[in-house]
Design a protein around this ligand. Sequence first.
Ligand code: M6R
Length: 610
Amino acid sequence: MCGIICYIGNQNTVPILIEGLKRLEYRGYDSAGLAAINSENTGSLYLKSVGKVAELEKKVKKDNIYCDYGIAHTRWATHGKPTEINAHPHTDCTGKLFLVHNGIIENYESLKNELIKNGHKFISDTDTEVLAHLIEDNLEDNFEEAVRKALSMVEGTFGIAVVHKDFPRKIIVARRGSPIIIGIGDNEYIAASDINAFIRYTNKVIYLNDDEMALLSDNNITITDLDLKEIMKEPETIDWEYSEDEKAGFKHFMLKEIFEQPKTVENAIRGRVIDGEGISKLGGLEPVLDRMLNLKRLTFVSCGTSFYAGLYGKYLFEMLTDLDVDVDYASEFRYRNLKLSHQDGVVAISQSGETADTLAALREAKRKGALVLGLVNVVGSTIAKETDAGVYCHAGPEIGVASTKIFVSQCVILNLIALLLGRMRGLSIFEGITLIKEIKKLPGYINTVLEKSNAIREVAQKYLPYENFLYIGRHLNFPIAMEGALKLKEISYVHAEGYPAGEMKHGPISLIDEKFPTVAVATNGFTYEKMVSNIQEIKARNGKVIAVATEGNKEIGNIVDDVIYVPETIDILQPLVNVIPLQLFAYYFADFKGCDIDKPRNLAKSVTVE
Ligand code: M6R
C-alpha cells in the first residue's frame, strides 16, 4: 500500500527519493509524487505522476534544481481515483507546505467543511489534503506546534512527513497506526514507512511509536510525543542486508524467494532447537513461558497466506499439544463476541507485522485478557511491538507480493512453538527428537523439489489454456491446497478455488468437466486412500488431475494426468514440501501469461487499511 520516503542531508535529494520510491514499489501503488527543496533559495521541485515510479522519474530533468531535502510517496488509492491531483504530496493554499500521508483520516469530511468555511480551497478528493490545510490553519510562527495541533484534531491513522518552505531544513514525521522508521546516516536522516526504502544507506534505525513525532533537521533529531514532550530513543541496528543485485539473477523476486526457502528454513531454526532434549528454545517466548503453561486454548489470527499458516498450525498443534486450537481470519475474529480469558492465547501471524485487521484482532484479544503472541517477519513492526511476546521469522525481506518463503518459515516456527508447548505438556522426548531430526532435513527435501523446477514449468505450460482450477487436500494438506489456489489466482488472475477434498462432493464437483482441472495434494499419509477416492471421482467426470505425490508412488501415475513427485517426510512436515511445487506451478503459469508477478494488479504487500 502507500509508501513514504524522506531525506535530509548533504546529498542531492531527488535521486535518493526516486530510488527509495522504487524500493517501495513492491508494496503496491497506483501513483507517485515528490516535493524537494533547495534550502539556499527555497526553490523547490514538485512532481507527481500516475502509474509507475518510472513515470515520475521521467519528469525529473537533468537541469532540475539541486535539492537538499524532500519527501516522496507512492499512493494506493482509497479516497479518490488514482490521478495526479490525488497523488501525494499535497499542499496548502500557499503552496509552501508539502505533506505525504499513509493511513486514513476518518473525520476528514467534517474537518474539510470547517476549513472551507475558513476560506481554504481544496483541489483533490483525498482525505490527506485536509491535513495539509489543517496545519496551515494552525500555523503562526512555530511549524512543530502547528503540526502537533493539527494531528491532535484528526481521527484515524497516519504516518506523515511534512515540510514547509518558510521553515527550511526541517522535516517533521509522525505516526499513529502507520509505521515511520527513521534511518540514521552520516550527517543525514532518511525516514520511511518501510526499512527497504533506505537499507542501502544505513542499518541504524529509530522506530517511532504511535502518537510520536520527530523533527529531522541539520545533524539533529528531536523526538517528542504529540504534546511536544521530548522522548529519548537510542538507535537500533537491524540485520537486513542490502544487495546491489537484488534479484540475484532470478527473473522475479518471487522466484528468488521460492529458491531461498532451504535457507529460510535454516534461518528459522538456527539456535532454536536442543537436539538431545527434543525441545525448542525460543528466546522471544521465555518471558511468558509460565503463562503459556497455563493456557487452555490457542487461537491463530491472520490474513491471506498467513491465515493458511495458521490453519496448518491448528492441525499441527492438535497433533503435538493438548490445547484446544482454533484459527480465524483476523478480519472476522475482531468482530466476534468471543469469551476470552487469561487462559487463552492468541497468536497473530503476519509477514509485514502491519496488517490492519491482524492488528485490530490482537488489540481485541488483549482487551479481553488473552495472552497475545506474535509470529512476525518484519522486526520492529507494529504487531511485533504490541504483542506480549513472540518469535521472528528472520527470513529477510520478502519483496514479491505473493508470499512464499515466509509461509514456509511461519510453518516451521509453528512447529517449534508446538514442540515447546508439547514437550512442556506431555509430548515424549522421542517424538521431540524425531521431529527435530526431520525439520533439519527439510532444506534438503525442498532442494530436491526445486531441482524439478523445469518439469514443473512444463506442467504449468501444458495447463495454460485452462481458466479455472480446483485445489484439494485433506487434513494438514488442506491449508496447502488453499495456499496453492491463492498463489495461482493472485499472480495469474486465473480463477482457482481451494477446498478440503472431502467437501468436494458437497458442491464443487458439479463444476468438474474436461475444462476444469484439479490440483490434488495426495502425498502418502493417513488420508492418502481417501484422496485417491476423490481423484477417482474427478476422473469419472472427465476432469483432468495434476497430483502432488510421494516419490516412488507408481499407482497414482496410472490414475491422474500429471504427477509432480516430492520426497517423503513425516506427516506433520509433508505440507511444507508439498507447497513448493504449487508455488512453482503458480509462478511459471503466471510468467507464461506475462503477468506482473512481483506486483500483481490491485494487490499490496502490506495491507494497512481494514
Ligand atoms: O503481512 P501479512 O502476513 O499480515 O499479510 C497477510 C496477507 O495480506 C498476505 O499473506 C497476502 O495474502 C499475500 N498476498 C499472499 O501471497
